[in-house]
Design a protein around this ligand. Structure first.
Ligand code: NAP
Length: 298
């Protein structure tokens, strides 16, 4: 895996959360020179032990990088780490490439691209799907938006982190595809929660029911990965309720501009708000089962 010149590009990696930390580990494993930065600095330590350099700010991390990858929480956070006073654009040299892998929606991605262009820096959006487990085993689906040449330049790094890597169109198109992914994903895990409650009340063995369903037409990643966690009330890890709510907020913001009703997404937002109100904002989306348990209590 090399770029056109035969050498791997030097990477700056900003944001070592549930997704970013294992993604950066995979870049190191693939042989990239990686300089990491995380706001909570101690999260850099395992990466340094694995061979990364560390930097005191996003700007500092980006100084000698050819490609700068960011993956943080929400729109203001991406703006801060890329465009802020200590942001990537204050370190990265002109002509270099920023790859933002956070989920922020197409409009925000285009706004960040505009800021990058003012610093003569290129930008692609490349949000991901597959959760922390997909980040760990480098099997993420990566949906990119940007110029073909910029995508090709980032491809060796993207392939070190994901299995399905696709250029969807110009900047923002990766984010657009990710919003579609979030609508389908959230609809599916809510359906799994509702189905599980029905299985429980009908007196079925929940695990056996999910196992057989996994082999049929209703089988899915959500059935295989989240149903066991819902059954076992294992709410730690996974994709935080708070972040899923943020993604559906982005869906509605974009859909409203298009005049799209999105009735299912609006309903799911209520379930996520209820789960957050029950104290699950920082828990994985599997904790949404608690809403069905409360609604079904008799
Ligand atoms: P996370 O575990 O909550 O980590 C968030 C990361 O962003 C942390 O490194 C955090 O730094 C950093 N951050 C947040 N705000 C910041 C700010 N203002 N300045 C600097 N750093 C900031 O989140 P995650 O699960 O890794 O998700 C990251 C992105 O990937 C999100 O956009 C999410 O929607 C998307 N995503 C997540 C999943 C998933 O299953 N988890 C799947 C696909 C996509 P600190 O350590 O200092 O808090």
């Amino acid at each position: 895996m090399t770029d056109a010149g035969g050498t791997l590009p030097a990477i700056a990696f900003v944001g070592l959360g549930a997704m970013g930390a294992p993604m950066a580990q995979n870049l190191l494993r693939a042989g990239f020179a990686v300089t990491v930065h995380n706001r909570t600095r101690h999260r850099e330590e395992p990466l340094v032990e694995a061979g990364a350099s560390r930097a005191s700010s996003p700007a500092e991390a980006a100084r000698d990088a050819e490609i700068c990858i960011t993956i943080v929480s929400d729109v203001p956070d991406v703006e801060e780490v890329i465009c802020g006073p200590e942001g990537v654009l204050n370190g990265l040299r002109a002509g270099r490439l920023v790859v933002d892998m956070s989920t922020i929606g197409p409009k925000a991605a285009r706004a960040v691209q505009h800021s990058c262009a003012q610093s003569n820096v290129r930008f692609i959006d490349a949000p991901v799907s597959g959760g922390p487990s997909g980040a760990q085993d480098a099997s993420l689906a990566i949906m990119a938006g940007g110029a073909e040449a910029d995508f090709q330049e980032a491809l060796s790094a993207l392939r070190a982190m994901g299995k399905t890597v696709a250029l969807m169109g110009p900047v923002g198109a990766g984010q657009a595809a990710k919003l579609v992914n979030q609508v389908i994903g959230a609809g599916t895990f809510c359906a799994v929660a509702e189905g599980l409650m029905l299985a429980r009340k009908l007196g079925l063995d929940e695990t056996q029911t999910m196992d057989v369903i996994a082999g049929g037409a209703a089988g899915s990643w959500m059935v295989e990965r989240l149903a066991p966690k819902m059954i076992g009330h294992d709410f730690e890890g996974g994709f935080k309720i708070e972040l899923q709510a943020k993604d559906l907020r982005l869906v509605i913001e974009n859909a409203d501009e298009l005049g799209l009703p999105m009735p299912l997404t609006r309903m799911i937002r209520q379930f996520l708000a209820a789960a957050a109100a029950e104290g699950h904002a920082q828990h994985g989306t599997q904790s949404v089962i608690s809403v069905w348990e409360r609604l079904s209590a008799s």
